[in-house]
Design a protein. Structure first.
Length: 407
């Protein structure tokens, strides 16, 4: 029986006693949450699931079209050259999440249910509905945490591929799993620039000291213009961490450029004198966040600007307090600007999940690209939910992606 001291297992209490019932529950209750807080801009598409953990794919790129050749009346043209395809290869990592309810959790549930029963009796009501709602919320809460864990991991993958050109597993972002492994976006080294010495926008972490040779406006405008030329006039998107962005916009040269963009009449009436520049900087300093964003887009020449504000959580053991704590990690690194073609620039490579033993209760997640399995051990009285998703967010146009680290 799926009971312990008269209390059904959480799954049985919610009428889930088979894989078909679990799948129906997931689709109806949880599937719509998969897109909530999921930041996968530019990487929205899933590739066809594969069996192997190694992947191979052709790099997508915009090619300049070759004009026809002018020849005399009886001459054959020279054939148009065939350009070879660049193949991207790599391995796809597996991620898992787990939720357990043990005997102590059972006893806590019994206490809550007992209190609900007493409260209902006191109010001359049936406790059935309150107990049912409590058990439904408990199951939903646990499965939501598993789902959110994968949402966070995918969002972090996308943000890291964009802002660093790789996903590196470390003690900071994967303290309980494998470490010192890097999954590369295969962006050419020449496409990644880290400003050094006095060219850095700011020389301290508080961003109160500017690099003496820093030229942030030109750094951004030049890269947007160069990428547009490379894309033959195609649209360019700039991505940046939102918090870091507003700190950067306090740079004196950004303040002047933004002020003129916000109040263009100032340029006509006052020109570019020192007094006019001071006025422009004052305009920018007093402007709203939306006005700053609009001015930055105008000054940079970008067709689209995306401000990443996704924060992911990592659970670690704090030795000093002897407690589990949740640290915050920015999905898209600070002090970083990405210049890329607008639209799709990546894809989610996926290894098809293998279904467990038919006796296990399971359901697929994220459109069938992952799986969650439920196990109940009657001997230890432990309920166990384990999910599995093998995915890597891979850029499909790495040679058209340019990263600028400003400090």
């Amino acid at each position: 029986m799926n009971q312990y001291f008269g209390l059904d297992t959480l799954m049985a209490s919610n009428g889930i006693t088979s894989s078909a019932a679990f799948m129906a529950y997931y689709i109806q209750v949880l599937s719509r949450r998969e897109s909530q807080n999921l930041n996968e801009i530019g990487f929205e598409e899933w590739d066809t699931p594969q069996i192997d953990f190694e992947y191979k794919m052709l790099e997508a790129e915009d090619q300049i079209k070759v004009m026809a050749t002018y020849v005399d009346l009886n001459s054959e043209p020279i054939p148009i050259g065939t350009k070879g395809f660049n193949t991207l290869t790599g391995s796809i990592p597996r991620q898992k999440a787990r939720w357990i309810l043990g005997e102590n959790d059972y006893r806590k549930e019994l206490i809550v249910l007992q209190n609900l029963n007493v409260a209902a009796t006191f109010m001359n009501q049936s406790p059935g509905e309150s107990i049912k709602n409590y058990l439904a919320k408990l199951l939903f809460g646990g499965l939501s945490e598993i789902q959110d864990a994968h949402i966070g991991s995918i969002s972090y993958q996308v943000g890291q591929m964009k802002s660093t050109g790789s996903v590196t597993l470390t003690d900071t972002n994967n303290p309980r799993g494998i470490q010192n492994i890097t999954f590369s976006a295969q962006i050419p080294v020449a496409n990644i620039t880290t400003l050094t010495s006095d060219a850095r926008w700011f020389t301290n972490d508080d961003k109160t000291s500017e690099g003496s040779e820093s030229d942030p406006v030109n750094d951004v405008k030049t890269r947007v213009r160069d990428l547009k030329d490379k894309l033959n006039g195609g649209s360019v998107t700039v991505e940046v961490n939102e918090t870091s962005f507003f700190q950067d916009m306090k740079h004196s040269k950004w303040q002047v450029a933004l002020g003129y963009a916000i109040a263009p009449a100032l340029l006509i009436s006052a020109g570019v004198s020192d007094a006019a520049k001071a006025t422009a900087a004052a305009v920018a300093a007093a402007a709203s966040d939306d006005a700053i964003k609009a001015a930055f887009k105008s000054v940079s020449g970008a067709d689209e600007v995306i401000y990443n504000k996704t924060v992911c959580g990592v659970e670690v053991w704090d030795k000093s307090t002897k407690k589990l704590v949740r640290n915050k990690l920015q999905a898209f690194n600070v002090n970083t600007y990405l210049f890329r073609p607008s639209g799709k620039v990546g894809i989610k490579k996926n290894v098809v999940p293998l279904r467990p033993d038919p006796s296990a209760i399971s359901a697929t997640i994220f459109g069938g690209h992952g799986i969650i399995e439920y196990r109940y051990d009657a001997r230890t009285k432990v309920q166990d939910w384990v999910s599995e998703l093998t995915v890597l967010c891979v850029p499909t146009r790495p040679r058209d992606m340019y990263i600028l680290h400003t400090k």
